[in-house]
Design a protein around this ligand. Structure first.
Ligand code: NAP
Length: 294
């Protein structure tokens, strides 16, 4: 079913929402039985600093998902003037709390706080985001570690759509530590031939239009246009942008035009986003199991 595009047929729109809800259904059953076995549910603590509307909405999504699957959630809200030392102290306390399995600090942080210092302060076995340098290194060294949620969710989506990754040309637009780089590494580990494009890439369209699998993680509304996409490509849109005209959410891909050219495509919202949250639930369970079984 892959890469075959018959005539003018539109791409199959792959719903991350549907897949996430299937995975969450399985997680719910598993977590209920583990909670019985170990006498407590997995516990995720989210630290939210300030009231940035994007961050507040992401945290709400995480709270909702925890409730759905039976993970205990605590959101700690702090004022934006919290000092770096106070935040680090809070993390130390949570690191030492044996009833806490996962710690997530919602990014971005206020400018006076060094995000890398904060991330590195989280215990590696509670780093549900997989951003700690140890977990990042584990990914690159192919060692056991926690894989960050969005890249993990993207690979799950490709598997769900039956997309064969091995031997394919994959292009990732974007090289951030949280999306572009790790998803490129995961694609490489699945034996794709991977190109990473970025803001200094020359002749971007010539490169992207060679890709059987195109992942857009740029953060620019409708950046990927149909002329940049190979006929029959699988297109994963990671971007979450606000359309300046309509005020609605939109992705990095010009969905209406690219849908006519791709074989499979994800939509924003409802594509990668729900998978990210779902993988956060999986990572929290992974940390909990480590704590319960060690
Ligand atoms: P980021 O850190 O801002 O990285 C953006 C990347 O895009 C950079 O590597 C940048 O290149 C590249 N880029 C910018 N302009 C470009 C251009 N003209 N041509 C080619 N590449 C260009 O963003 P991010 O954190 O990776 O996030 C990317 C998008 O995904 C955002 O919209 C974000 O909101 C979204 N996101 C969604 C989820 C989800 O769960 N759905 C999760 C995380 C992020 P340089 O490195 O050269 O600057």
């Amino acid at each position: 079913m892959y890469f075959v595009k018959v005539g003018d047929k539109m791409a199959v729109v792959v719903s991350g929402k549907t897949l996430a809800s299937q995975i969450k259904g399985n997680l719910t059953i598993k977590i209920a039985s583990l909670t019985k076995k170990y006498g407590r549910a997995p516990h995720l603590v989210v630290i939210l600093i300030g009231d940035d509307p994007g961050s507040v909405s992401y945290v709400k999504g995480k709270e909702k998902a925890c409730l759905e699957v039976g993970i205990k959630n605590t959101t700690i809200r702090k004022a934006p003037d919290i000092s770096e030392a106070q935040l680090l102290q809070l993390i130390t306390t949570l690191n030492e709390d044996t009833t806490v399995d996962g710690i997530l600090v919602q990014l971005p942080l206020p400018k006076h706080i060094a995000a890398d210092k904060v991330i590195a302060a989280i215990r590696i076995d509670k780093d549900v985001d997989g951003f700690h340098p140890h977990n990042v290194a584990a990914l690159y060294l192919k060692q056991q570690g926690i894989i960050s949620c969005t890249p993990k969710g993207i690979i799950a989506l490709l598997d769900y759509m039956g997309c064969e990754i091995e031997g394919k040309n994959a292009c990732v637009i974007g090289r951030s530590n949280i999306v572009g780089m790790p998803v490129a590494k995961l694609l490489l580990d699945r034996n794709a031939t991977v190109t990473i494009a970025h803001s200094r890439t020359k002749n971007l369209a010539a490169i992207t239009s060679q890709a059987d699998i195109l992942v857009a993680a740029v953060g620019k509304p409708r950046f990927v246009t149909a002329d940049m996409v190979k006929e029959g490509a699988v297109v994963i849109d990671v971007g979450v942008n606000r359309d300046l005209n309509t005020g609605k959410l939109c992705g990095d891909v010009d969905f209406i035009e690219v849908e006519k050219k791709a074989s499979y495509i994800t939509k924003v919202p409802g594509g990668v986003g729900p998978m990210t949250i779902c993988c956060l639930m999986e990572n929290t369970l992974e940390c909990y199991l480590k704590h319960m079984e060690d």
